[in-house]
Design a protein around this ligand. Structure first.
Ligand code: 5GP
Ligand code: MN
Length: 325
């Protein structure tokens, strides 16, 4: 593989100040996997580096090497701030004071901070971009822990090598990471097979809310806050629920609408099956994401209002994208 020259590598090589790596709120496997891989690598390179996440580390990712070192964003000033796996610093969900802003990401569009950003919308995961950074800087610093973090980002963002962003290159990267010591069975069981019994109760409640729209092209579920209270679960446990409506035959757009009264919003997760661009639907709602996975926060006073706004954004995009049953 041809090594790309990456301006960010030269910049970080010459940085002696403090570096804050920050993930988006409610971090997923790619956000924490890519962030922790970069964090561990920069530490090895002798840099003063920190990693922060507004919502900490969710249970299914607490096995990641370095997870205990993730801090909550604080009031400190950092010379350099690097946002990973997000379309801008606004996605950190909190203000951070940094001198120079840098973004490492694979989302389409978003905010740009300058020539040291490292953005590639064709990358399967932000973690694969971090791997490129490490390879172009000093591959000998790769180790089992860093490989595990990168592998987790790559695996989770490709649905464990099932989604359409899974290509020959993805398997090639996975093969290299396994050769560095990443263990696919370990990552899979730690991520997927440590659910709490209460989560099953939540899934049962949520599946009852299943609705189909547009002749079965669209399906979704709703998570009312009371479901979380009644089953002893938290917002974190809503991760992945959107995959159930997506799994129905004929469904091209799936959503999960999640009540977040403490923020006064309804969070929507959108997933596509086939070639609908759900990133465009999220953009209509003031959010963003990728073609196949996106999200937004809808400010609405009632469930009915939130659902109506979501469905109208979906309908408009289906019409524009000429999607028919
Ligand atoms: P999820 O549905 O798993 O929360 O998010 C799916 C994708 O959409 C992720 O790539 C995430 O970065 C993006 N996304 C989710 N929520 C928001 C949001 O409120 N704003 C923006 N810009 N992107 C979001
Ligand atoms: Mn990602």
């Amino acid at each position: 593989m041809v090594k790309r020259s990456i301006p960010l590598v030269e910049f970080l090589r010459n940085t002696n100040g403090s570096i804050l790596i920050i993930t988006h709120e409610n971090p997923d496997g790619d956000a924490l996997g890519s962030g922790l891989a970069l964090y561990k690598f920069l530490k090895k390179k002798g840099k003063e580096v920190y990693i922060a996440s507004k919502d900490g580390v969710p249970h299914m990712l607490d096995f990641l090497p370095g997870a205990q070192e993730v801090i909550k964003p604080d009031d400190r000033f950092y010379d350099v701030g690097i946002i990973v796996d997000a379309s801008g610093f606004y996605r950190a969900g909190t203000d951070v004071k940094v001198g120079k802003k840098i973004r490492i990401d694979h989302h389409i569009g978003g905010e740009f901070y300058g020539m040291h950003d490292y953005i590639d919308p064709n990358a399967p995961a932000t973690a694969s971009l971090v791997y490129e950074i490490i390879k172009s800087w000093d591959e000998s610093a790769m180790d089992k822990d860093i490989a595990t973090c990168i592998y987790t980002g790559l695996a989770t963002d490709t649905g464990f090598f099932r989604y359409s962003n899974t290509t020959e290159k993805t398997f090639e990267l996975a093969r290299e990471l396994v050769s560095w010591g990443a263990d696919p069975y370990y990552v899979y069981t730690m991520f997927f097979e440590r659910e709490k019994p209460n989560k099953m109760k939540l899934i049962a409640r949520v599946l009852e809310t299943l609705q189909l729209h547009e002749n079965g092209l669209v399906a979704g579920v709703t998570v009312f806050k009371r479901f979380l209270d009644e089953t002893g679960t938290t917002y974190e446990d809503t991760e992945g629920l959107v995959n159930y409506p997506r799994s129905i035959e004929g469904v091209r757009v799936a959503y999960a609408l999640i009540e977040k009264p403490e923020e006064g919003v309804w969070k929507v997760s959108l997933r596509a099956k086939g070639d609908v661009n759900v990133g465009k639907i999220a953009e209509r709602l003031g959010g963003g994401g990728h073609k196949y996975a996106s999200g937004a926060k809808i400010e609405a006073r009632s469930y009915e209002e939130a659902l109506a706004r979501l469905l109208s954004a979906i309908r408009e995009e289906l019409k524009l994208q000429k999607v028919h049953a």
